[in-house]
Ligand binder design. Sequence first.
Ligand code: MG
Length: 385
Amino acid sequence: MRQCVALLMAAGSGVRLGGEVPKQYRDLAGVPMLRRSIEALSARPAIDAVQVVIGAGQTELYAAATAGLDLLPPVLGGATRQESVRRGLEALLDEPPALVLVHDGARPFASPDLIGRVITALAEAEAVLPVVPVVDTLKRLDEAGSVADEVPREALARAQTPQGFRFATLLAAHRRHAGVACTDDAGVVALDGVAVQTVLGEEENFKVTTESDLWRAEALLAGQPRRWVTGTGFDVHAFAAGRRLVLCGIEVPHERGLAGHSDADVALHAVTDALFGAMADGDIGSHFPPSDPQWKDASSDRFLRYAVDRLTARGGRLEHVDLTIIGERPKIGPYRDAMRRSLARIAGLRVEAVGVKATTTERLGFCGREEGLAAQAAVTVSLPA
Ligand code: MG
């Protein structure tokens, strides 16, 4: 039985921040905000599963933002946030958890400590709300915008998410008060007289709403320590008649292609293996066994994208690729820039961060005898420290 499920609210269509996509799909330091919000929760061992509620027309954005993550199928939200939460809860009914955390898709900085405080408090409470104190002096204004009086702030607090609930309590409240507008889920259960326990929230767990929030979020991420890791990869394929020659995802005219189970793109294989090496995460053969028929004639960009997704899922970022293709013919020079562009596109890099070099072996060895091509790659990646 599932003990605790996290429900991520990402159904908003707001583009207040500008850009072409709803804010929860905007990138923060190269990773979609929603993915960061999801991973803050999915990385906690106490959370058994994560389900995201998305808006109409967001299926493709969602798929791109969550590639490689192990999530429950997304649920389509309703006209209001409240309706969206209720739909999310109803979707969990086939395997109802004991506890549910409801979190904003635009709060990417919920810390492990904060999430732990909410879950721990749920051992005693039916509903738990993280709050931060109000530090500014509060004034009530009249209609003309002048100060009418001061509002004592001692008894006031700002509500955050994740808010935690006994699943049955929250679902019952949402069903009973479906038409009553509340701004958050603590407000919905309060309508049933449920006591809401507060725990200390965090200033860094702010909701990214305005353009200045976006800058603040980028600055926070830029300040987080990262470690730099290098991976290397090497691959060889033999020439064979009747095959296309594919290098870095583009077809290169030549009288023979390379033999292999997939499209035999020796260059992409070396880069992919370098990425697995940087993550200390097996190798291309362990992730894509040649014995598996589904990889027969597969386009090798899938292998590289898969490795990049695994890196992204760890909070990592591919920073640079340095590739050397080894062989006498075909000459690589005329295709170098097309290869760099193709490799950059597949790996999600700027072209300037992709180097493609070529060398011969002075006619020595199997490459010198034109029996095949070799490729070696070094990748630089950065990971959260
Ligand atoms: Mg290979």
